[in-house]
Write a protein that binds this ligand. Structure first.
Ligand code: C5P
Length: 245
């Protein structure tokens, strides 16, 4: 597998492909094929639970950056230990739920920094997940509490920044509202990317790759528009062209 490409401008390629497939062999095959056109691979719950940490080691051994998207949400001590373990796997990004609270977020950040320092490598970017992009106001209402998605996202984003996090996972539609209220240099990782070529699914708040970058996304998480496309390589190429061209 080749090392992920950089864009024409030399800027790191912002496309993170979600390897949301059930087996290691499917993930490795997909990663090998799209690697020249993307910047990193996201390993999520399905793949990690079925293939285990070896899939991260295999991807890292190719030189690819890995985003471990397990969305940790537990007591601070447990999350800190999980983050330390992920840092030992040498992932470049990982996720925690902001709704776990400031103590949990601070514990996660500390674990990432201390573990990385003890291994002499850069700490992974700890990303806070605000409100899942599949959720709308009706879905929030079922949980009780805040029902305005934007208000809940803003509240959690401020809490994440105050807890020291320098990256968030959020809908690209939230960027206009979030960027002005958060510190400069914040990373915005946006799922909910749709090119218009694919069928409707559970993502309710979406933008195109180009629109998301224009809105300030620093990384784009793209799953089904690449892995479920009839030709994943062509889909990855076309998304890259749409943001660099
Ligand atoms: O297939 P699709 O492009 O919708 O995939 C989006 C990916 O981003 C999935 O792996 C999903 O778990 C993840 N994600 C998300 N919304 C969030 C955080 C992560 O869709 N808020």
């Amino acid at each position: 597998m080749r090392r992920p490409a950089r864009g024409k401008s030399g800027v790191p390629n912002p496309i993170i492909v979600a390897l949301d497939v059930p087996t290691a062999s499917e993930a490795i095959d997909l990663a090998r094929r799209v690697a020249p056109h993307v910047g990193a691979f996201k390993v999520g719950k399905e793949l990690f639970v079925s293939a285990g940490p070896d899939i991260v080691r295999t991807l890292r051994a190719t030189g690819a950056s890995v985003f471990l998207d397990l969305k940790f949400h537990d007591i601070p001590n447990t999350v800190a230990k999980a983050v330390a373990a992920a840092t030992r796997l040498d992932v470049q990004m990982l996720t925690i739920h902001c709704s776990g609270g400031s103590a949990m977020m601070k514990a996660a950040l500390k674990a990432a920094q201390e573990t990385a320092a003890s291994m002499g490598r850069p700490a992974p970017l700890v990303l806070g997940v605000t409100v899942l992009t599949s959720m709308d106001s009706a879905a929030l209402a079922e949980l009780g509490g805040e029902t305005v998605v934007e208000a809940q996202v803003e509240r959690l984003a401020r809490l994440a920044a105050a807890s020291g996090l320098s990256g968030l996972v959020c809908s690209p539609l939230e960027l206009q509202r979030l960027k002005p209220i958060l510190p400069a240099g914040m990373n915005f990782v946006t799922p909910g990317i749709r090119t218009g070529a694919e069928k409707a699914d559970d993502q309710k708040r979406t933008l195109s790759p180009r629109e998301a970058i224009a809105a300030g996304a620093t990384h784009l998480v793209v799953g089904r528009p690449i892995y479920a496309a009839p030709d994943p390589v062509a889909a990855a190429q076309s998304i890259l062209a749409s943001i660099t061209g």
